[in-house]
Design a protein around this ligand. Sequence first.
Ligand code: PYC
Length: 318
Amino acid sequence: MALPTDRVELNVIDSHTGGEPTRTIIGGSPELSTTNIADQIQELKQEHDWMRTALTHEPRGYEAMVGALLLQPQNPEAVARVVYFNNVGYLGMCGHGTIGVAATLSYLGNISPGEHLLETIAGDVVFTLHEDNRVSFVNVPSYRYRTNVPVATKNFGTLSGDIAYAGNWFYLCADHGLEVSLSNLAELDRCCREIRHTLDTEGIGGENGGIIDHVELIGPPSRDDANAKNYVDCPGGEYDRSPCGTGTSAKIACLAAAGKLEPGQTWGQESVTGSLFEGSFVWQGDKVIPRIMGEAFVTAETKVIIDPTDTLTFGFSQ
Ligand code: PYC
């Protein structure tokens, strides 16, 4: 990958969805020579990965930062095509990012309350901007793939969990015995790393070789309007500050498969930071179509300067 030799300026809007940041690139990104979204992601990886690292790594970003690159959609009905990325690579679907992108498009005056279509690598996603600035989105077909999957860990014993798909692959576990709270982040992180290690070394994955790159630990809620609280470990090893849109969808898919949530019934999912998403589902064959609602706020409108004479301009990570 050749790095730019001239100064680059990117126009970005930052937002947070339940505490989890989304940095949306609205201008200044390199022209892509491809039109298919899978090819565009390949081109970004091979030719322009510096843009991802410059925005998500220090000194401009941090491990929790998720980027969203807006591209011209192929479908004229779609409001945008979006490619999500984070500190380690490119994401399938991103729920909190979808809510953040919707809040950003609303802030820019590009959309009004109502239904809109976004193109993503995981499929088309319909979102609704509500009058009170909240956003709901209909996720891709989601399903529980395996249940009661044992995973041996060094310090937390043999745990049992479900494997589910909701735009990303998840291992969801409730019998970890840990308090899901901000004061217990180090232990939650350690447990997720040990689960991840076993999943990787034993080759435990999703259907058709899907890589489980999210681990979700579930515990009892702190809020009256929530049914459960989660800690979601993301691919870069950082935890989701929001309840995780795809993680909430994965949980709903597992509840539906277990007959513990009815179609149309609301599930309140609290995050480890105390923010809330509300979700429900309808059946589509043997899969569920989750609808997730949350809110996002714009936090900054920035011109990012990438100056190639600055040795740290493309970011560094630990
Ligand atoms: O909200 O789906 C989500 C998500 C995935 C990774 C970070 N957030």
